[in-house]
Design a protein around this ligand. Structure first.
Ligand code: CP
Length: 311
């Protein structure tokens, strides 16, 4: 199947077939991560810049590992260590990187739309690694990969995305991607954190009413850095209404799984019993999926004709 995309900035531009191809390719690359020598020559000679202008643990480290396992040359860059603190603009920064003849830029930025602006000023492939409250497309893809691994397929699953839906770029990509793949999506959260319409099936403030029907309970981090005003009275009250706890587990389907994009606020959206639940929590599987999915995205966008898996 042809993969006809230049960038990964908006997951809504990707069809069901595109997403299925990424997930299947990620599954194939998963084998590399089980080898003694975790490296294939797929992107040898290509240069990828990881420009992270906001903090990250999972996304940054898994992109860098994915690039290294595909034999690309990587340049890690961004934040307060760059000349942006001296007033250099985003576009001048990108023009500077262009002078190095780079092949791809992976960008995280607090400003929604930064990856789109960059794509207009570089011949390189641009991959959005999270922009403001807007999108986080590779997070959505790794979530879909993890859900498919655990539930067998995505079509017709009932997925609840719970918590701070209004400030979450994860929701901005995950909700439409789940719909593209045929899942039923319910957003659950306080009305004060409710999102714009994301084309989901239902929005409700009542977690306990929907928990019994969900196949996947996707908990969100409260985005303390993006909260304005006081959208809920206290952390204790938020936890009482929206925290996934040992008590609430009784309401869940026996085979329902629990996801979270990380980082977790223990005692806010989770208690540790549920965050670390050996049968239900797939959070560390999501972290692992991040490497496989990012290898697949880099390979497909950078036009690799040979995935290198036979070498
Ligand atoms: N899920 C996620 O984007 O985590 P990081 O901020 O640690 O990259």
């Amino acid at each position: 199947m042809a993969f006809d995309h230049r960038h990964l900035i908006d997951i809504r531009e990707y069809s069901e077939e595109d997403i299925a191809l990424i997930l299947d390719t990620a599954k194939a690359f998963s084998a590399v991560n089980d080898r003694k020598i975790k490296k294939v020559p797929t992107l040898r000679g290509l240069t990828i810049v990881n420009m992270f202008n906001e903090p990250s643990t999972r996304t940054r480290s898994s992109f860098e590992l994915a690039e290294k396992r595909l034999s690309a040359d990587t340049l890690n860059f961004g934040g307060s260590s760059t000349s942006s603190v001296k007033g250099e603009s985003l576009i001048d920064t990108v023009e500077t990187l262009n002078a190095y003849k780079i092949d791809a830029i992976v960008v995280r930025d607090k400003h929604a739309g930064a990856p789109h602006i960059i794509s207009q000023h570089t011949p390189a492939v641009v991959i959005d690694a999270g922009d403001g409250k807007h999108q986080h497309p590779t997070q959505a893809l790794l979530d879909l990969y993890s859900i498919r691994e655990h539930k067998g397929c995505i079509r017709d699953l009932k997925v609840g995305i719970v918590g701070d839906v209004g400030h979450s770029r994860v929701v901005g990509s995950l909700a439409p991607a789940l719909k593209t793949m045929g899942a039923h999506v319910t957003l659950v959260g306080p009305a004060t954190l409710a999102p714009a319409n994301l084309g989901v099936d239902r929005v409700t403030p009542y977690l306990d009413e929907v928990l019994p029907e969900l196949d996947v309970v996707y908990m969100l981090r409260v985005q303390r850095e993006r909260l304005e005003g006081a959208p809920f009275p206290s952390t204790r009250e938020y936890h009482a209404l929206y925290g996934l706890t040992k008590d609430r587990e009784r309401l869940m389907k026996p085979d329902a799984i629990v996801c979270h994009p990380g980082p977790i606020n223990r005692g806010v959206e989770f208690d540790s019993y549920m965050a670390d639940h050996p049968r239900r929590s797939v959070i560390l599987d999501q972290v692992y999926a991040g490497i496989c999915v990012r290898m697949a995205v880099l390979y497909l966008l950078l036009g690799g004709s040979d995935n290198g898996l036979d070498s």
